[in-house]
Design a protein around this ligand. Sequence first.
Ligand code: IMP
Ligand code: MG
Length: 175
Amino acid sequence: METLIGEEKIRQRVSELAAQITRDYTGRNLVVVGVLKGCFVFLADLVRGIDVEHEIDFITISSYGEGVASTGAVRLLKDLDTNITGRDVLLVEDIVDTGSSLAYMKGILEIRGPASLRICALLDKRERRERDVMVDYVGFEIPNRFVVGYGLDYAERFRELPYVAALQAGDQEES
Ligand code: IMP
Ligand code: MG
């Protein structure tokens, strides 16, 4: 395991993102929607830095099997509890890889008529993108490595690590 982004670097960047979101959403009707499970650490740190009153809700999707290779299929496991019609939704993701999950979620949220819908992701593996989805707030752009920690898992392991690490020195498995 190789540390890619240490605790202090994450802390600094998350507070910058929170400050930017605070500026952008002051006076708006903000609902922060976390994508479980991977978002839980990032979201907990992020919302504590957002100085705008907001509601928090979660959606659970599944796009990966047990390993590092995408199955391509996205499933909705748990929907929102909140009605987002007419509200300013900020979707919070751990990582955007191919963009399939994001494209799927944008689809199911947009038809509910939010006043606005923006995306915030801690990590962006831009070179892997297959779908044309725009990420409005990005923590870090990272190379094509499979990463764990700070909420991200490999077969449900390593979510509790306080930093982001590459699982192994080699390249990501082909999907
Ligand atoms: P996408 O649909 O290909 O963009 O994949 C996005 C989802 O796959 C993320 O929300 C993660 O749950 C998972 N994922 C993608 N890359 C990684 C990684 O490097 N480590 C852990 N999970 C990942
Ligand atoms: Mg995820």
